[in-house]
Design a protein around this ligand. Structure first.
Ligand code: G3P
Ligand code: MG
Length: 266
């Protein structure tokens, strides 16, 4: 891949403080086990992954659940949405059968269960706050309340809190300022791109996370503005070793990958 932009060296104090690995397991290790499940977290840990990324949103009755989509169809094969389903019903659903027979009966985890596995396995955490529309503030409040009660104050790197939603990051800044924040941007969410430097500065972001398509498409304007920033840069979702190496060569600090074993040196 041709690189049009050379990123500045990110061996900064921020990077050292964050102790970010080169590869972060995306939704666990989503190519090898059903995404955002406990078995996915164990699979990532078994592969030697150092950090995982998971998505959190709220059930109808306000419980934080580890799940990516707004609707249940893709993962559980049932109709309805997470925001309209209580936790007691969500936890009955099969979140593994869609992936393969070997994962039948895997469940949607409560955030508490996922944190327990993550801590037991010594994994670092990027918690992406992924609110259903209209619940941006509440989702961050509930998720951070659980996280701050469970995550140890010492002996584990602080979790990195990210979101595409500025409101959720703002809650994170106000509630748990000591947890670093990752500013997420996406091409289909133009509000994350416009004046992104001002928004990331207001939210006191520690890192900026962007879509691999910006890099692959050689989006000169966006890549130049990222390169000119002082932020450690993280890129999602990179499942190809050649692409990942090109990104590291260009100065990108970490990549999120469904296939964390694309590199020998995680
Ligand atoms: O946090 C990186 C990445 O997970 C963001 O996109 O849709 O996979 O949550 P998505
Ligand atoms: Mg995510």
């Amino acid at each position: 891949m041709e690189n049009i932009v050379r990123f500045p060296d990110k061996n900064s104090e921020e990077k050292a403080a964050l102790q970010l690995p080169r590869i972060i397991g995306h939704r666990g290790a989503a190519a090898y086990a059903p995404e955002n499940t406990l078995v996915g977290l164990h699979t990532a840990a078994d592969m030697g992954v150092k950090w995982v990324e998971i998505d959190v949103k709220l059930s109808r009755d306000g419980e934080p659940v580890v799940f990516h989509d707004e609707t249940l169809e893709r993962i559980t094969g049932t109709s309805g949405s997470v925001a309209e389903t209580d936790w007691k019903d969500l936890k009955q659903l099969d979140a593994g059968a869609w992936f393969s027979e070997g994962f039948v009966d895997e469940r949607i985890p409560h955030l508490e269960e996922a944190l327990s596995v993550i801590l037991d396995r010594g994994l670092g955490l990027n918690l992406e706050i992924k609110p259903c529309p209209g619940r941006e503030k509440e989702t961050a409040e509930v998720a951070l309340d659980w996280l701050s009660r469970i995550w140890p104050e010492e002996d584990a790197p602080k979790p990195l809190i990210s979101s595409f939603q500025a409101v959720s990051l703002e809650v994170s800044l106000l509630m748990m300022p000591e947890y670093p924040r990752g500013y997420l941007m996406a091409a289909d969410l133009p509000e994350t791109l416009e004046n992104w430097q001002d928004r990331a500065a207001y939210l006191q972001a520690a890192t900026v996370h962007f879509d691999r398509r910006f890099f692959a498409a050689e989006d000169g304007v966006m890549m130049s503005s990222l390169a000119a920033s002082h932020y450690p840069l993280l890129c999602y979702t990179v499942n190809d070793a050649v692409e990942a190496e090109a990104m590291f060569d260009a100065g990108i600090v970490s990549v999120f990958s469904d296939r964390p074993d694309i590199l020998d040196d995680l």
